[in-house]
Design a protein around this ligand. Structure first.
Ligand code: MLC
Ligand code: AMP
Length: 519
């Protein structure tokens, strides 16, 4: 069906002719050494899709998934796409309160969780009205596969329109609760096709996949990139720097957040010779320090290609892949920049009055294009606020475009900390601290960190007469929030710096604590 925009159908059409060749090889951990052919991916995802069909799920059903990374979790994603249902990936670090919110808000028809979490996850799911809860372990166990085993391995992908919803990705917000960004088949397919061309994917590429698969970077950029090009993946369920260095001679493409590059640089085995077979190292999700960019070049002889994106937009900009007539003299991958707007994607930098500003000036980044999401799930007002009248999405990032057209991100208008590539919203941490007994108020700020790039630090004020223990505050946060959101340090003080309007001056707190982890 030529007019089928189903993303799985497009990925499937790009599988190589030899369906018995390796699509995924697992590396590291207890599941190392398994080979999945392209036919395996197609048949296994067909079986799960047929299981969903047998359950007669309503159209547009959400399939919420909180499982450890595994190739079977990838199969579940592909099955959801080909079924025409909506995939809702959830970070494995999320705690019960966070899951309760997502499940209550999205009302999934199906929830898939790790076998170890079935007790508490199923309680939350059933309470929210979910009828089907399956388990899926990272060792090929669980009720999902048991049930799917009874179904046919032949399945015709659903017919999807470009605008049909494929995925909901929750992103926290600067105020209130998380919002579900709705991405369509067309959003993701258009981006995957643009990147295939822009990054010069070649049929004999081999991708090292070492990122989690519940966020845009690992789930879309990496997986779609390999599949739409028919290229195999060397698959690590967990990032292990030594294993990645050992794999470099067998691979050509690697994608990571800056923390991964920092950790790889700490590996003595990383060298020009070891990286000689690699075609492309890509970084994104957080700012790549120029020191890391330069050190990588010196150690490996290769220049990291930095790109920029968001859950709401998939990829927006990228440094160029190579010297290419299309770019003229703009073929250089430049550190401290995120490159050019991707083809088909418009990017503008505006002032407070929403007016475009002069080249080189700093302002708010807005984007428009086929990759930009459909809006926030069941939040029409919030969606309307985040778009301009002429259809540009307000990214919340602050940047500039130089006279050669390179975009740089210089800050964020949203109060956000990016720690090891994960987004942490101070408002959520502060609200959780403020609910604790004896707390009058709190402020959470991001400070530089050598490994995670940035980490949170909490500054807390006690109510009159209350005695607060910082260790207890951290322990109480750990019980409620995903581990990467927990501030790495906590201070109890008597007052917070405020401006004349009474607003907490977070810049002063950041300045005060900026040397906590780096000299
Ligand atoms: C783990 N920890 C973190 C952390 N990850 N702390 C702050 N920030 C993080 N990102 C803490 C845990 O809380 C724990 O602390 C301790 O480190 C060990 O946990 P772990 O799970 O064993 O950590 P590790 O495996 O080393 O994980 C580090 C990491 C991981 C860098 C490999 O964070 C990671 O995979 N990051 C990638 C995130 C990503 O894919 N982002 C893409 C978003 S998409 P304690 O105290 O409990 O022991 C996006 C759009 C785009 O942004 O443009 O791509
Ligand atoms: P998320 O909501 O998890 O998709 O995170 C998106 C945010 O990550 C963007 O709005 C940026 O603030 C940030 N980001 C992504 N890539 C880069 C990059 N290369 N440099 C700086 N920030 C980035």
């Amino acid at each position: 069906m030529n007019n089928n925009h189903n993303l799985y159908a497009a990925l499937r059409a790009a599988f190589p002719a030899d369906l018995d060749s390796t699509a995924v090889e697992t590396v590291g951990g207890a599941q190392a050494g398994l080979r999945y052919s392209w036919r395996d991916l197609d048949r296994a995802s067909a079986m799960v899709a047929n299981l969903f069909a047998s359950m007669q799920l309503p159209e547009g059903s959400r399939i919420a998934v909180q499982v450890e990374k595994s190739v079977e979790a990838l199969v579940l994603y592909l099955a959801t796409l080909r079924s025409g249902h909506v995939f809702l990936p959830l970070n494995t670090a999320y705690q019960a309160g966070e899951i309760e919110y997502f499940v209550g808000n999205a009302e999934p028809a199906v929830v898939v969780c790790s076998p170890a979490n079935f007790g508490w996850v199923s309680k939350i799911a059933f309470k929210a009205g979910t009828r089907h809860v399956f388990t899926l372990g990272d060792d090929r166990t669980g009720t999902l596969l048991d049930r799917a085993a009874h179904h046919s391995d032949v399945h015709t992908p659903a017919h999807s329109r470009a605008e049909d919803l494929a995925v909901i990705i929750y992103t926290s917000g600067t105020t209130g609760r998380s919002k579900g960004a709705m991405l369509s088949h067309g959003n993701m397919l258009s981006n995957a096709l643009v990147l295939k061309d822009y990054w010069g994917w070649q049929p004999d590429d081999v991708l090292i996949h070492a990122l989690p698969i519940f966020h845009v970077h690992g789930l879309f950029v990496a997986i779609h990139g390999a599949l739409i090009n028919g290229s195999p993946m060397l698959w690590l369920n967990k990032f292990e720097p030594r294993a990645v260095v050992e794999l470099l001679p067998r691979a050509t493409v690697f994608m990571g957040v800056p923390t991964l590059y920092v950790r790889l640089l700490a590996e003595p085995g990383l060298s020009k010779q070891q990286a000689a077979h690699m075609r492309l190292f890509i970084s994104g999700s957080a700012p790549l320090l120029i020191e890391t960019f330069d050190e990588w070049k010196a150690r490996t002889g290769q220049t990291i290609l930095e790109r920029y994106g968001m859950s709401e937009t998939v990829m927006i900009t990228s440094n160029p892949y190579a010297a290419d007539a299309r770019f003229g003299d703009q073929s250089e991958r430049r550190g401290n920049t995120v490159g050019f707007p991707l083809p088909g994607n418009e990017l503008r930098v505006v002032d407070d009055a929403n007016q475009p500003i002069a080249t080189g000036e700093i302002g708010a980044i807005q984007v428009r294009g086929p990759n930009v999401f459909k809006g926030y799930w069941r939040m029409p007002e919030k969606t309307a606020e985040e778009f301009t009248a002429d259809g540009f999405f307000k990214t919340g990032d602050v940047g500039r475009v130089d006279d050669r057209g390179y975009v740089s991100i210089v800050g964020r208008s949203k109060d956000l900390i990016i720690s090891g590539g994960y987004n942490v919203y101070p408002a959520e941490i502060e609200a959780t601290i403020n609910e604790m007994s004896g707390v009058a108020e709190s402020a959470v700020v991001g400070v530089p960190h050598p490994d995670f790039g940035e980490v949170g630090v909490a500054v807390v004020i006690a109510k009159p007469g209350a005695a607060l223990d910082t260790e207890q505050i951290i322990a109480a946060l750990k019980a409620k929030l995903a581990n990467f959101k927990i501030p790495k340090r906590c201070f109890v003080v008597t007052e917070l710096p405020r401006n004349a309007m009474g607003k907490v001056q977070k810049n002063l707190l950041r300045e005060l604590h900026k040397g906590l982890f780096v000299s």
